[in-house]
Design a protein around this ligand. Structure first.
Ligand SMILES: C[S@@+](CC[C@H](N)C(=O)[O-])C[C@H]1O[C@@H](n2cnc3c(N)ncnc32)[C@H](O)[C@@H]1O
Length: 163
């Protein structure tokens, strides 16, 4: 086991309509119809081959405007403090975001996306195809979100994890 430092380089950048971390969607279901793009660096274009066959992608990205990490946070959908790993808050020790977005089309290194919930200029770390047979779990419980998950579509972020 190695606990040495790990450094990743972005494979591209995400462009979205959102420039302020407050007042924007908090998850893709709340960003229905919000369009954006992933501009992938030219040196990775060969890796985009065959991606067009998938309607949804898993994006992994760096929360580049996240404030310092906190191990206890009060999430957007709650008024109680929660352990950060039991939330999707950006203020994580490794500020990695994960969004499942719709792929509208690809033009070379540019991916046209829908349902984006990240800030404009967010550095993109990885892309994976979303495959329900791999990724859609038959869940039994959703913890503290049981009473809150239904509000995700309407709820907008506030200033608690940024300006
Ligand atoms: C609750 S997080 C969820 C993001 C992702 N779907 C996830 O679960 O990892 C979404 C919020 O993070 C903030 N955010 C989005 N992109 C960010 C970025 N690049 N840097 C810092 N904060 C960001 C915004 O306030 C947005 O509403």
């Amino acid at each position: 086991m190695s606990l040495e430092r790990i450094a990743y380089d972005p494979i591209g950048v995400l462009h979205t309509p959102f420039s302020n971390p407050a007042g924007m969607p908090i998850q893709p279901p709340g960003a229905a119809g919000a369009r954006g793009t992933a501009q992938v660096l030219a040196q990775f274009e060969a890796g985009l081959r065959d991606l067009d066959g998938f309607s949804h992608l898993i994006l992994l990205y760096h929360f580049h405007r996240a404030p310092a990490p906190r191990l206890t946070v009060t999430p957007f959908l709650d008024d109680q403090p929660r352990g950060v790993f039991a939330t999707r808050a950006p203020t994580r020790p490794n500020p990695i975001g994960l969004s499942i977005v719709r792929l509208l089309r690809r033009e070379g290194c540019k991916l046209y996306l829908e349902n984006v919930d990240m800030l404009d200029g967010t550095p993109l770390l990885d892309i994976k195809p979303y495959v329900p047979a791999f990724d859609a779990a038959d869940v039994e419980r959703v913890g503290w979100l049981t009473k809150a998950e239904g509000r995700v579509q309407q709820h907008r972020s506030d200033a608690r994890f940024g300006e």
